[in-house]
Every structure is written in C-alpha cells, then in structure tokens.
Design a protein around this ligand. Sequence first.
Ligand code: FES
Length: 109
Amino acid sequence: MTATRVAALSALEPDSAIRVEIDGVAIAVVLDSNGVVHAIGDTCTHGDISLADGFVEGETLECWAHGSAFSLCTGKPLNLPAYEPVPVYEVVIDGDDVLIDPAVTKDLS
Ligand code: FES
C-alpha cells in the first residue's frame, strides 16, 4: 500500500483532531500546537468511540467518553479506564499534503 493524502496541512486547525478513514482503517489526525502532525488509531481501546471527537491537550488526545488521554507520540493511554495503546502511524508532509500509509506504524519498541 502507498501513502494516501488525507488532508491539506493548511486546513488543519492547531490543537484539534480530524477523523480520516483509509481502506477501512480509522485514524485520528492531529496538528499539535508545536506544528507537528500526529496520526493515531481513532478508536478508543476502552470503547467504540472516535478519539477525534475528543480533546487535544499538548501531545495527548483525550477520549470524551470516560477521559482516557492517549499519547500522540506513543499511542499509550496515560490514565484509566483505557489500558491498551492505539497504533501510531507515520506521517509524511509533502508540501501542503498530509500523507499517511495505514500499513506503516511507528516502531516504538
Ligand atoms: S470509551 Fe474511551 S475512555 Fe471509555
């Protein structure tokens, strides 16, 4: 699979998330306040909730349902009730294009 354009960089709002879907893979894309674009699995590991509907704070995305905040860098929840991480995807910026390949997750080992 190759990377897919999911958004225009210039259209992303700082400290907010959008939900994109590539070949059935739901991904939350976040532009943080430092200008870094992150991409993590969009489905909270505690329930079938879109994390993109939650709240960005620093380098975390908080699930609106029960408050687990997931690291945008590692995908790990920083507090309960979620305890399983979400995947973290590589993001490529090409000019104004934000590209993601859902088959390429970051190696965080
Ligand atoms: S569904 Fe996300 S913390 Fe419960």
